[in-house]
Design a binder for this molecule. Structure first.
Ligand code: MGD
Ligand code: MGD
Ligand code: SF4
Ligand code: MO
Length: 865
């Protein structure tokens, strides 16, 4: 039995889920149900009987979408409990859900709109004034030659479906601008692109339940242990049961996933960042050469095998080993596992998506499954993962610029369907060119052709690449910026108008997770002050702008979430993404439900493509496809000539090197990413005491060999420089590969930004000071995972770096740094016996400040304690 993360305890009711991230194991055998374990976290002074009511929802701190109930007392959120009945999590929650999902609600929220006064300061105002300024600017710009092209919307993967659909209709049928995208471009644009290129449409083929049936799980650039902790618990419970699956990890760092790969007799492939496509081509070549093919499936259900075979032919394991710097035999072993397992589940995420050949490498994973006929049956799924909780809906509803309902902007029939639905002229709906992607929107703002940028639910002053440039754009006089958020973020400080948004728990709506499961999130408490939901804000804008349909009736015909949901259902009728069988009522009480839900599948659909009939027919498909190497778009005529007829595409591309590789001047590869304890720019998790203490401040990770050569010791302050910027942070001597530096991107400048991007103490610290403005040619997703930097030691340590020890950032020398713990302040009740009612968590005596690792610039963004 492998010994991976199996805490030495059984049914211990209270645990510290900072120290013990994944909680107690509930091992089980292949093809048996995943046991229930209900995790509950309540405010320190409360027990379950003190709670006034529990309000049904799902967690919005990652794409896993764990079903939960929010505890409410005296009109405040006071805790959270996983829903035992939910198919997604069977009661479990991870550290972000437990400590980070609700504690921010009583902190330093925006409660009134802000506008600029005569001296340029942001001052409190009222809704009429704030909306009046936006509408005045909007009307003035629409009257210029640029018309609607002067308007751009940059939204999120964290709002609700009803909000995105409303925004999509405003943008497409009210204004008629193609300049609308989400931060989903930074996040899951490649998931959508890879699904469209291979299968004809967005929409996840696999299911989480494939974990129960798989013989092998391949994780491609996906640190699931930290980024979908509850899904990883599901994998761990198989690993610790009888007949466990083998794990294969493709990640340059020694993550917990990589440790599990070694412990289960799988493989950890640690390619040099930016070389995924070389590795994938070699894996495919091995599978082909060893005849591990389902030839019947390939012949009946795919197109493009000969071209794929020819493309991968030169890519021997030795060829890939030279480029990726991994042992050729490890590539052979990984291909052997893929080729000999009966049921393989693959997951793909940012290590693949945020790369220069993102779509090509992600399609290559789809190819492996198609070649082996491993789709549409238990254990044989592909999960082209999402990251954000509601990114799926941004894509479905067209708030990323696509047409709603997975329609094809290049198909006039699809445009007409929407025009009929909305009762507008088809020419209003922008479809003369592909929708504008996020980084192009920012370029138009830089050039001055966009004069109004409306930012909602995202913090680009921390999360976009090349921050020195982004700050300059946000400061341009020609750009009027609206920021709609719950907090005065780094980005909001640059806005002309700041609108206070109601957040999760303070409003109602639905959203959809990675495996198509739709949840309803009911309103638990009132928003603070005058804050309003994003839906109400956009409905107000539509009313003030007086958008009308062809008959002169108001364009937007709904006035609340449920009305928006009913309108959305009509938009999905007959499409793959069919919501018509769902109602708010049906989503209450039990579990989330995976779409399509309709007359044929009234209880939803666990897995797509069981019949191997793919939505690739020209009248169905969401795209006519791209050349994966160049991003060149295929025309309708070229597409029809292929006669896909329900077959999937095996798409090929040779490897090409990333746009920026290490040089003499910048000798290290920089890659960036996440830690388990924080969500993005920390607006919520930074306001949770437990999470903040677990990872209080910025650090960078160096390998043991590189650190020795640079004479850097644990905690020493180092400077990282790229051609674009600089940051300073203490070093963790970690377990990564030589030549690669890792930086988390969570740390912006909090409440006290210094000048030009500096932290309060004057030192720049955000990872995106360094990253490059470049994107994958097909998905247009930026390249956060490859860049070149130089590293200089600048000061002695004052203590260990603030990096956690429980995760991929663990120190190479485990004795060098005190372990990350939460202490009694982090108590969580784990209820393992599904038949007895959950017991209340023990009341902690006191919650003293834990002596956590503190960095030299440790500054709390939070004010909750
Ligand atoms: N705790 C936590 N969980 C989250 C989030 C969060 O902020 N915090 N955010 C959510 C969101 S929006 C997202 S998108 C997901 C992201 O989830 P993940 O994609 O799992 O997270 P990352 O840390 O961005 O990157 C994953 C891994 O890619 C590896 N990697 C880097 N470069 C390469 C490369 O060139 N090739 C390969 N094969 N691997 C590489 C990194 O070492 C890293 O371990 O997480 C979601 N869940
Ligand atoms: N270097 C580097 N950069 C990266 C990445 C990386 O791996 N490396 N990953 C990229 C990825 S995958 C992602 S997803 C992005 C994330 O980047 P961001 O989207 O900028 O990060 P968040 O901190 O999640 O910002 C979301 C904002 O929305 C607000 N918000 C939350 N809920 C609501 C709501 O209901 N309404 C409104 N109006 N506001 C709300 C929050 O307070 C917060 O300010 O970062 C990207 N940037
Ligand atoms: S796994 Fe994701 S959705 Fe589930 S509790 Fe953790 S952050 Fe929330
Ligand atoms: Mo993301």
């Amino acid at each position: 039995m492998p010994s991976v993360d199996a805490p030495d305890r059984k049914r211990q009711p209270v645990s510290d889920r900072i120290a013990d991230v994944w909680g107690a194991r509930t091992p089980h055998a292949r093809d048996t149900p995943w046991p229930v374990r209900v995790d509950t976290r309540l405010d320190a002074s409360l027990a379950e009987e003190d709670v006034d009511r529990w309000v049904q929802s799902a967690c919005v701190l990652c794409s896993n979408g764990c079903g939960c109930d929010i505890a409410v007392k005296d009109g405040r959120m006071v805790g959270i409990r996983g829903r035992a009945t939910d198919t997604v999590n069977h009661g479990r929650l991870g550290p972000k859900g437990l400590y980070g999902s609700w504690q921010w609600s009583r902190t330093d929220r925006l409660t009134r709109p802000l506008v600029r006064d005569g001296s340029g300061e942001l001052v409190e105002s009222d809704w009429d004034t704030a909306m009046g300024r936006i509408v005045e600017r909007s009307r003035r710009l629409l009257a210029t030659d640029a018309g609607a092209l002067s308007h751009a919307f940059y939204t999120s993967g964290q709002l609700f479906l009803e909000e995105y659909y409303t925004l999509g209709v405003i943008g497409k049928a009210g204004l008629g601008t193609p300049h609308m995208d989400g931060n989903t471009r930074l996040c899951t644009a490649t998931a959508a692109a890879a699904l469209k290129e291979s299968f004809g449409s967005d929409g996840q083929p696999g299911s989480y339940s494939d974990i129960e049936a798989a013989d092998a799980v391949f994780l491609f650039g996906h640190n699931m242990a930290e980024t979908q902790t509850v899904l990883w618990m599901r994998v761990l419970d198989r690993i610790h049961g009888p007949n466990p699956p083998r794990i294969v990890a493709v990640d340059p760092r020694t993550t917990k996933v990589a440790e599990a790969a070694r412990a289960t007799g799988g493989v950890h492939l640690a390619p040099l960042p930016g070389t995924n496509q070389a590795l994938m081509n070699a894996l495919i070549r091995e599978v082909v050469h060893n005849g591990r093919l389902d030839e019947e499936y390939i012949a009946a259900h795919t197109l493009g095998f000969d071209e794929l075979k020819a493309t991968v032919e030169p890519c021997t394991p030795e060829y890939a080993a030279g480029i990726c710097r991994v042992p050729a035999d490890d590539i052979r072993r990984a291909a052997e596992i893929f080729g000999t397992s009966e049921r393989v589940l693959s997951t793909v995420l940012q290590g693949f998506y945020q790369s220069h050949q993102a779509t090509a490498a992600s399609c290559a994973v789809n190819n492996l499954h198609l070649l082996r006929g491993m789709l549409g049956r238990p254990g044989c799924g592909v999960l082209q993962m999402n990251g954000q909780p509601t990114a799926q809906n941004t894509r479905e509803c067209g708030a990323d610029g696509d047409l709603p309902g997975f329609r094809n902007w290049d198909n006039p029939d699809h445009v007409r369907q929407l025009a009929d639905l909305w009762n507008v002229d088809p020419m209003t709906i922008p479809h003369w060119s592909p929708p504008t992607h996020a980084l192009q929107i920012w370029r138009y703002c830089e050039q001055g052709s966009v004069g109004l940028l409306w930012i909602s639910g995202t913090n680009p002053a921390v999360s976009l690449p090349e921050l020195p440039r982004i700050r300059k754009i946000l400061q341009r006089d020609s750009l009027f910026t609206v920021v709609q958020d719950g907090f005065l973020t780094e980005t909001a400080r640059y806005a002309d108008v700041v609108l206070p948004a109601a957040l999760w728990g303070e409003k109602q709506g639905t959203f959809t997770n990675v495996n198509r499961t739709v949840h309803l999130s009911d309103k638990a408490i009132e928003p603070p002050g005058e804050a309003r939901s994003d839906l109400d804000i956009w409905l107000d804008y539509a009313r003030r702008m007086d958008f009308r349909d062809k008959d002169g009736a108001p364009l937007i015909k709904w006035s609340d979430p449920q009305g928006a949901f009913e309108a959305w259902k009509e938009c999905t009728r007959g499409r793959l993404v069919d919501y018509t069988g769902l109602t708010y009522g049906k989503l209450r009480g039990g579990s989330g439900i995976p779409w399509p839900v309709n007359e044929e599948a009234p209880e939803g659909t666990d897995r797509l493509y069981a019949d191997a009939d793919f939505p690739t027919r020209p009248d169905d498909c969401e795209t006519y496809g791209h050349d994966l190497l160049t991003g060149g778009v295929f025309s309708a005529r070229e597409y029809r000539a292929k006669n896909p007829d329900g077959r999937a595409f095996l798409k090929a591309a040779p490897y090409v090197p990333p746009p920026e590789s290490p040089s003499e001047e910048y000798p290290f590869v920089l890659t960036t990413g996440r830690t388990v304890y924080h969500f993005h720019t920390r607006t919520k998790t930074g306001r949770s005491r437990q999470l903040r203490r677990a990872a209080p401040d910025m650090w960078v990770e160096l390998s043991v060999g590189d650190a020795a050569r640079l004479e850097v010791r644990e905690g020493d302050l180092v400077r990282l420089e790229s051609p674009r910027g600089v940051l300073r942070a203490p070093a963790r001597i970690g377990r990564g590969r030589d030549g690669v530096v890792f930086a988390p991107f969570h740390y912006g400048y909090g409440d006290q930004p210094g000048t030009d991007g500096a932290a309060p103490d004057g030192s720049p610290r955000a990872a995106n000071e360094l990253t490059i403005t470049a994107w994958d040619p097909v998905s247009k997703q930026p390249l956060y995972k490859t860049g070149a930097v130089r590293v200089t030691r600048i000061a002695d340590a004052t203590g260990p770096s603030p990096a956690p020890t429980t995760t991929a950032s663990a120190p190479a020398d485990p004795d060098a740094v005190p372990a990350t713990v939460g202490g009694p302040d982090a108590d969580v009740h784990e209820h393992l016996d599904a038949t007895a009612p959950p017991r209340p968590p023990r009341r902690p005596e006191a919650s003293p400040e834990q002596p956590g690792p503190q960095g030299p610039t440790a500054s709390a963004t939070g004010t909750e304690d």
